[in-house]
Design a protein around this ligand. Structure first.
Ligand SMILES: Cc1cc2nc3c(=O)[nH]c(=O)nc-3n(C[C@H](O)[C@H](O)[C@H](O)COP(=O)(O)OP(=O)(O)OC[C@H]3O[C@@H](n4cnc5c(N)ncnc54)[C@H](O)[C@@H]3O)c2cc1C
Length: 463
């Protein structure tokens, strides 16, 4: 179906990217055949590192004519195989496009190349007393990757997901043409929302080569609360009630004893007050100390009213860093506790979380499989892990399929969706089709065909 890459093609790639930025065969390290979850493995025929958008445009014009598949890769921290070149071809690494181009104080925008890391964006805006809202857990992800997956993270409950923070994009289309969608403007009612098409579509419709991000003024004051509860259901019910009472935190994370244990083993550190079974970890921010203190007081009173055992104020830099470092390490700590795992990044209406988590425990017992979980309970987004432990590979594969089927069917019956923030990629295609049904699937396929008639850009993903 696709052309196999020849010596002549490699010569062309070396002309575009330079000999030092073009890797073939054994020169390609195994990390480029997978992403962070590691369950989907496929080597590209060639890996190239782009330094600017014109190289990307030249590559795509050539690949389009020659019918060669191209998959874009940011930092490879994705969890659904989105950046894995499952049909071979070229892996286009954009981490070399890492310039912060312009911070515009009047329009409050930041223009960046796609390979800029999130940690560099946070540092840049903070030193200018400004703020970028999305806060996905992995700070070494690229901005291009987070836009392409519409990444969420801890602050989504208050500040929304990446989509709400992208004002404009420059994109290379599958045929090599360069277009600009949106810009520095705040409002836009100008025709079909093409910019939106490149956000959350995982590099299947175009390659983001520049982004203009919205910034706001920095919420100067912030504090966290660590709130232990007797059991999971009390904690997650309290999270929904806090939001109902309009004391919306910046983050509402559910933390339980098993995740704390894995994290302690992984980091060798422990969190203060870590002897309870279930917690809410709340954070609040604001532009004045008084407003923040008011929110904290109301939230603390409400938590006690909703069954909290206590409310601990995490108000020193040391305590704050300890608690959030431990929370931030959950995924890697669970990964380190088993030779192989897979992940469910499901999102359900927040009022159904208690019942969904009860069901999770039921499935774990039914399948006799360890299924640790944690989640952004404020926005209904749960991360549930299926651990292989010492199971035989075939047994694990069978149980994994059953677990995904059961957990997704339950989520869909509650009005939930396949992915809250990690995307569909390659791993969740089957379940997207099941969730949206044939009419929407055909619409999505039609959109893909319009942007990419030869199906060369990140093929075999999403639809
Ligand atoms: C410890 C850990 C914590 C995490 N926490 C969160 C979290 O809180 N919230 C969250 O949403 N995610 C989280 N993730 C998942 C991951 O970090 C995000 O999906 C992130 O957006 C991926 O960025 P990346 O640069 O690594 O992209 P990659 O993994 O390289 O690629 C992801 C997808 O984007 C496409 N892509 C990359 N760059 C471009 C581009 N320039 N143009 C077009 N397409 C492109 C790829 O083709 C692929 O389909 C976490 C991952 C880990 C390992």
């Amino acid at each position: 179906m696709y052309k196999k890459i020849t010596e002549q093609d490699i010569k062309v790639f070396k002309d575009i990217f330079g000999d030092n930025n073009c890797f073939v065969g054994d020169e390609i390290a195994s990390e480029y055949a997978k992403d962070e979850i590691g369950t989907i493995v496929s080597f590209p025929e060639v890996r190239v590192i782009a330094k600017d958008k014109y190289q990307v445009s030249k590559l795509m014009a050539y690949a389009y004519n020659e019918n060669i598949p191209v998959t874009v890769r940011g930092a490879g921290t994705g969890l659904v195989g989105g950046a894995v070149p499952v049909l071979g071809g070229v892996l286009l690494d954009v981490t070399g496009m890492d310039k912060i181009i312009e911070l515009d104080h009047i329009n409050m925008t930041l223009r960046v190349e796609p390979g800029v890391l999130m940690l560099d964006i946070y540092e840049e805006v903070l030193k200018n007393n400004l703020f970028y809202g999305p806060d996905p857990g992995e700070k070494t992800a690229t901005i291009g990757g987070t836009i392409s997956t519409n990444a969420g993270g801890m602050r989504a409950i208050k500040y929304g997901t990446t989509r709400e923070w992208v004002r404009g994009l420059e994109v290379v289309l599958p045929n090599g043409e360069l277009i600009t969608v949106g810009g520095k403007v705040v409002k836009n009612s100008s025709g079909y929302p093409l910019k939106e098409m490149f956000i959350g579509t995982e590099g299947t419709l175009g390659i983001i080569v520049e982004a203009t991000l919205k910034l706001t003024s920095l919420p100067k004051y912030s504090t966290s609360l660590l709130v232990p509860f007797k059991e999971t259901s009390a904690a997650v019910k309290a999270a929904a009630l806090l939001i109902e009472k309009h004391v919306t935190p910046t983050a509402v994370e559910y933390v339980n004893q098993p995740s704390l244990k894995y994290s302690k083993e992984f980091l060798g550190k422990h969190m203060p007050h870590d002897n309870y079974d279930a917690y809410l970890l709340l954070s609040y921010d604001g532009t004045s100390k008084e407003a923040l203190a008011n929110d904290i007081n109301i939230a603390s009173e409400l938590c006690m009213e909703y069954g909290a055992i206590d409310v601990y104020l995490i108000d020193t830099e040391e305590r704050n860093s300890s608690v959030w470092t431990i929370r931030g390490a959950f995924l890697e700590a669970i990964k380190a506790s088993t030779p192989l795992m897979d992940e469910l990044d499901v999102v359900v209406p927040r009022n159904t979380i208690p019942e969904y988590l009860e069901y999770t425990e039921h499935v774990s017992k039914q399948l006799n499989m360890r299924m640790p979980f944690f989640g952004h309970v404020g926005d209904g987004n749960l991360h549930i892990y299926f651990c292989k432990d010492d199971m035989e590979e075939e047994v694990f594969a069978e149980k994994l399929k059953k677990a995904f089927d059961l957990m997704y069917d339950k989520a869909f019956s509650f009005g939930g969706l396949v992915s809250g923030e990690h995307g569909v990629g390659y791993a969740k295609k089957e379940y997207l089709a099941r969730q949206i049904g044939p009419t929407q699937l055909e619409l999505m396929k039609g959109i893909k065909k319009l942007f990419d008639p030869k199906n060369i850009l990140n093929p075999d993903k999403i639809v």
